[in-house]
Each structure stands twice: as structure tokens, then as C-alpha cells.
Write a protein that binds this ligand. Structure first.
Ligand code: WTA
Length: 628
């Protein structure tokens, strides 16, 4: 059983009362009580804000551990993302603003996006794509990416998006597992002034993928790249001469909307399947009520559509809410580390959503970069993907949010589809804690039998009972689906370790598999890393357990220094002392290695098992998600 004591003192920030007064959820406790008193009624009211072509017979059919949300209903998510706005006051509202690396701009209103989606949907039909077929994406972050995603949903084709930073092998695996009929790509993506030849990676990836009938290529380079075989079609030629109208396909509530692969700690990636109705209701609710999107907001989520964060909070959530979305192909530090702040100033971004790894990178390069820009348009700033250590929280709150914007550290997963735990805007924020389950979700920290553990004691983070945007299944792998729900009786086990404080605020310690047991005590890697990063010389840190003859395991740390600091024995001793004072003697690193970079997944998570394997000379397992 996991059990460890975590110091819970932290800084609490009270947002200005006006934040709470202006928020949709004004009183968290009250909203939560309303939810608990009638969970199905709660979700039914949210679903009632959307358009359905046929009403549901029931809100939920719960046959543990399988759920069907809104059975009997018919819908198409694009009706709610597009038609609903086009036929109302949002017809000419900006849906999408795109900024390219060299400053190019494109703007699509809801009306324009609607038309493009319908035309591309007709193009897909022309290729024989129909409801239930799978379409794989390997696209850069351009408006056509969003158009094509919605076009699939329009005709009921299942999209499976592969982040365009993956290699040919990883892409091949996903295309074959999903049985994709079409791959949509571009000839090139642009990154740090370089062209990334996406199409040639697809060429390699389709070898041996017999399901693939066509490759659709968005051609961006000058002169135009050539298309070679019968299989290959130009993105815009496919839309030539098609009709502007394409009626939305009637989807049953439980029909799949997409498959998204997420890497497991062991074994091949899992295809997480989300169903139309529940996913729609969950991401609509969280965008509208958690991000609290307003009429004049401009939302910038810096993720890629290749991750769940992009699916839910670039594409579906914001468009369901009729919001304006910014997307950009720019990287955070090119041509300089001020580029993102200049974009916020220039466009007047009001909701900004990024990842701790980016925040720590910005901390490393210094406050002078954001200081050059006017960030007063920001209203809410968010974080997702890994623990936001107190140090990074404070910096983000003070430097980017200017002590004014609520920081929404949102905990959720590919499998959960939507935000699950955070601190609702207006509620007191505690550095290092994500917060409490949002109204609509019941979260807990438990032992292996599913019993709640007391505050201050670590345990497994679980969700009790179903929620609308929960995954429908793991594609063709019932066993892996059951593992989430059957490991701890009656609970959905997220695979994370966490601890609660007296107020019910949850701190996520790290993955259950990233625990180091030193002399019988469990240490979360994130906790030790957070202590290291709190030292002024440290920009980033990763820790692993290495065998120790006496204690079973000892901590070894890999650290990246802030510019201007140099490795020395003195600094090493200072860091060890710093961790000792911060967490206790048990967490003191046995060794500290200074490195230039850390192995990370393409979404920015540190892959500790790669460090472990390197250190111990063992097999690192599947490396398809490794960035470099
Ligand atoms: C981690 C990303 C701490 C966690 C949406 C989870 C977090 C995994 C947070 C899911 C957070 C995500 N604080 N840890 N705010 N958000 N995680 O599927 O370990 O890419 O299980 O979904 O990221 O990652 P995924």
C-alpha cells in the first residue's frame, strides 16, 4: 500500500472578490451540493443547453464499468460547434485566428469555418469515406487541421490524430492499429525556421499499412511539391467543384467520435475511444463553466491538436461554446523567448492555457521577456500535463498573471476527456495543489482497497462513478479498459498518486509508477524535483531511484542549470542540503548529475524510465514517444 506523509503547508492566494462575482460558478460549495443532490439532473441541464436531433431516453446507463451517456439520443457535434452559431448572433464572429511562424495571419469566422468544413466533408465523401471509417491525421498546426477534424465529425468518420512530431514507426503503428483508410498530412510543417518534411514521413509510415487507400496532402511549399501515385490527393483539389452544403450525419450518442493513442508505461500505446454525446457535453461544460468563457474572450491553448488538450480545448470545447480561438505554429522560444508574450499582447489573448514545462522554460530565461509586453488582456491562466510545482505556480501567478489572474491548474487525462480537478476561478488557490473535483466529478485519494485515506496521507487518485466525457473503451482491448476500473474496487484508477489536505484540496504527487521507495518511505519524484527546482540555480530536474544496498533505493537527480550557473562540488552539496531542508533527509539525493537536456515525451513529460534504463543498463521499453 502506498502511504507517505507529505508536508501540506503552502502559500494561499485569495483572488480579488470581483473574480468570484463575475464567474459562472460563483459559489463552488453550493454548485457542488447541487450536483451531488441530483447528478443526472445536473448533466441533463447542461445537455439541454445544446442541440440534439433526437432527445435521449435516459441520461445515463451505468453498467459498471461501462457507461452509456444519453442513450437514445441522436446528434452531430458539428451542429453544435458550427450550425448553432451560424444561425445565430455568432455568424460573423471570429472562430479561428492563425499565426504562422513568419508572422502570416489567417482568420476564419464561424460562417467561413462552417463552409470550409462542409466542403472538405464533401471531399472526403468523394473519396468514399463514410460513417465509421477511420481517418488518420499527421498535420501541422494550421487552420486546415481544424477544418479536417470537424469535417470527419460532420460525416461520422472517426479521427485519430497523431502528433506531427512522432516518427514514421510510431505513426505506422497507429495507422495500422486504427485501420485508417485515409491519412491527411501536409508537405511540410515549419519549426524554428526549418521545414519539416511531414509527407515523406507519411510515405515511410504507410508501408505495410494495407488499410490506407488515400493520402490527402496540404501543399504549403513553393514551388508545390509533387504528388506521385494514384493514392495521393491535394487538399484543395479535393474540395474543387463540391457542394457548399453537407448535412450532418445523424450520430447515435454512443457512436465513436475519435480514437486518440496515449502511451502506457509499458506495452504498445492504447487507443482511447471517446463517444459523441458524453464527450460533447463534458467538454462544452468545462469550457463554459471552468474556463468560464465569455463573449469577448480570445482563448489560446498552446497544445497541439495531436494531444487530448488540443482536441478538447482548442477544437471542440471552445467551438461548442462559440468562443474565438487562437492557434499558432510558433514555438515558445523562436525567434526569441518573447514571442508568446508578444502574441498575447498583439491579439489580446484573455484565456491562456499552457504546460508546466513551458512555464519552467520561461522561468529559466528570465522575467525580462514577459516584462517587455503588456499582458493586461489576460483574465485566466491555466496549466495542464504534469504537476505545477509551487515555485512555478508562484512565478506564473506573479509574472504572467500579474497577481490578478486566477491560475487554473487543471488535472485530467486523455482517458477523462475533460477537466476533472482544478481550483475554480474565484476560489482560494494553493500553490502546489490542483484543487478540488469540479462540480460533476467525485474524486478521492484512497488506499488499494478503495478506502479514503486521511488528509496528509498519500494514496491513489481515483474518480468515483462515471462522468460524461469518460472514455468509452480502449480500442480493441477490453482487458486494458477493465484495468482502469477494476484495480481498485468500484473506482476509476488514474494511475497517479496524490494527497488531500484538510480542505479537500488535492496535490498530485506524480505517477504511481514514478515512486521511489527509500528505506521503506515512498517518495514522489515530482516532490523531489519540485524541491530542486525551488533552488535558484536549477531550471529543471528529474529524479530516479537507483539501487542502494542499505536503503533499497536512493535518489539520483539530473538537473539543468539556469543560465549563468556552473556545476561545482559546492553547488552539489548546496543542492543536497536544500532538498534535505525542503523535504527531509530521506529525500537527499545520493548523486546529482548536471545535464543539458532531459529525455521527454513530445508533450513535455519527463521520461524517467529512460534515465533509469541509462543509469542501470536496462531496457528502456517503448521509445516511440521520446522527443529526440
Ligand atoms: C498528468 C493530459 C499534475 C497526470 C490532459 C495524468 C497532471 C497525466 C496534471 C495525463 C496536473 C495532467 N497536475 N499532473 N494539472 N494534468 N497530469 O493523458 O499524471 O497526456 O495522469 O492528459 O498527466 O496525461 P495526458
Amino acid at each position: 500500500m502506498v502511504k507517505f506523509d507529505v508536508p501540506l503547508e503552502t502559500t494561499v492566494h485569495l483572488p480579488d472578490p470581483s473574480v468570484r462575482e463575475g464567474a459562472r460558478i460563483k459559489d463552488y460549495e453550493e454548485a457542488y451540493r447541487v450536483y451531488l443532490s441530483d447528478p443526472e439532473g445536473f448533466w441533463e441541464r447542461i445537455a439541454g443547453e445544446l442541440e440534439w436531433s433526437h432527445p435521449w431516453e435516459r441520461v445515463l446507463e451505468w453498467d459498471y464499468p461501462h457507461a452509456r451517456w444519453f442513450p437514445g439520443a441522436n446528434l452531430n457535434i458539428t451542429t453544435n460547434c458550427l450550425d448553432r452559431h451560424v444561425s445565430g448572433v455568432h455568424r460573423s464572429k471570429v472562430a479561428l485566428i492563425w499565426r504562422g511562424e513568419s508572422g502570416e495571419e489567417r482568420v476564419l469566422t464561424y460562417r467561413m469555418l462552417h463552409r470550409e468544413v462542409m466542403r472538405f466533408a464533401n471531399g472526403l465523401k468523394r473519396l468514399g469515406i463514410k460513417k465509421g471509417d477511420t481517418v488518420c491525421f499527421y498535420m501541422p498546426l494550421v487552420p486546415e487541421h481544424v477544418v479536417a477534424i470537424l469535417a470527419c465529425a460532420r460525416i461520422g468518420a472517426v479521427h485519430t490524430i497523431v502528433y506531427a512530431g512522432f516518427g514514421a514507426g510510431a505513426l505506422n503503428l497507429r495507422i495500422r492499429d486504427a485501420g485508417a483508410k485515409v491519412v491527411i498530412t501536409a508537405d511540410a510543417g515549419f519549426r524554428r525556421g526549418r521545414q519539416i518534411p511531414l509527407k515523406s514521413i507519411v510515405d515511410k509510415a504507410v508501408v505495410g499499412a494495407s488499410s490506407v487507400e488515400h493520402i490527402i496532402v496540404l501543399r504549403r511549399t513553393e514551388p508545390s511539391s509533387e504528388l506521385y501515385s494514384e493514392m495521393e490527393v491535394d487538399f484543395y483539389e479535393l474540395m474543387e467543384g463540391v457542394e457548399d452544403r453537407c448535412e450532418p450525419e445523424e450520430m447515435a450518442a454512443d457512436d465513436p467520435l475519435f480514437i486518440l493513442y496515449t502511451s502506457g508505461t509499458t506495452g504498445p500505446p492504447k487507443g482511447i475511444v471517446h463517444a459523441c454525446a458524453g464527450y460533447m457535453v463534458g467538454v462544452y461544460y468545462t469550457t463554459k463553466y471552468v474556463f468560464d468563457v465569455r463573449e469577448h474572450d480570445l482563448l489560446w491553448c498552446t497544445a497541439d491538436p495531436g494531444w487530448i488538450t488540443g482536441h478538447s480545448y482548442i477544437v471542440y470545447g471552445p467551438l461548442l461554446s462559440g468562443a474565438s480561438v487562437l492557434i499558432t505554429e510558433t514555438t515558445p522560444d523562436y525567434p526569441d523567448p518573447g514571442v508568446w508574450w508578444s502574441i498575447i499582447e498583439e491579439f489580446g489573448v484573455s484565456i491562456f492555457y499552457t504546460a508546466p514545462t513551458a512555464i519552467r522554460m520561461f522561468m529559466k530565461v528570465g522575467e525580462e521577456w514577459p516584462a517587455r509586453h503588456d499582458l493586461s488582456s489576460l483574465r485566466i491562466i491555466g496549466s495542464v500535463g504534469e504537476p505545477l510545482n509551487p515555485e512555478a505556480f508562484e512565478w506564473y501567478y506573479r509574472v504572467i498573471g500579474q497577481g490578478r489572474c486566477p491560475v487554473l491548474d487543471t488535472w485530467w487525462q486523455t482517458e477523462t476527456g475533460m477537466h476533472m480537478i482544478t481550483t475554480i476561478a474565484g476560489e482560494p488557490m494553493k500553490a502546489g495543489f490542483v484543487g478540488r473535483a469540479i462540480p460533476g466529478v467525485v474524486a478521492d485519494v484512497v488506499d488499494k482497497d478503495g478506502n479514503s485515506v486521511p488528509p496528509g496521507t498519500g494514496g491513489f487518485l481515483v474518480i468515483r462513478g462515471p462522468w460524461p466525457a469518460m472514455m468509452k473503451e480502449v480500442y480493441r482491448n477490453e482487458e486494458r479498459y477493465l484495468k482502469y476500473w477494476k484495480t481498485i474496487p468500484g473506482c476509476y484508477m488514474a494511475g497517479d498518486l496524490a494527497v488531500k489536505d484538510e480542505d479537500g484540496y488535492i496535490m498530485v504527487i506524480g505517477r504511481a509508477d514514478d515512486i521511489i521507495i527509500v528505506a521503506g518511505h515512498n517518495l514522489g519524484t515530482a516532490e523531489v524535483e519540485s524541491a530542486l527546482v525551488a533552488h535558484e540555480a536549477i531550471a529543471e530536474a528529474a529524479v530516479i531511484g537507483v539501487p542502494d544496498p542499505v536503503k533499497g533505493a536512493a535518489v539520483k537527480a539530473f538537473v539543468i542549470l539556469v543560465d549563468g550557473y556552473l556545476p561545482s562540488e559546492k553547488l552539489t552539496n548546496e543542492l543536497i542540503y536544500h532538498v534535505r531542508m525542503g523535504i527531509g533527509p530521506i529525500a537527499m539525493p545520493k548523486a546529482i548529475e548536471y545535464v543539458e537536456s532531459l529525455p521527454k515525451t513530445r508533450s513535455g513529460k519527463i521520461m524517467r524510465r529512460v534515465l533509469r534504463a541509462r543509469e542501470l543498463g536496462t531496457d528502456p521499453g517503448d521509445l516511440s514517444t521520446l522527443e529526440d
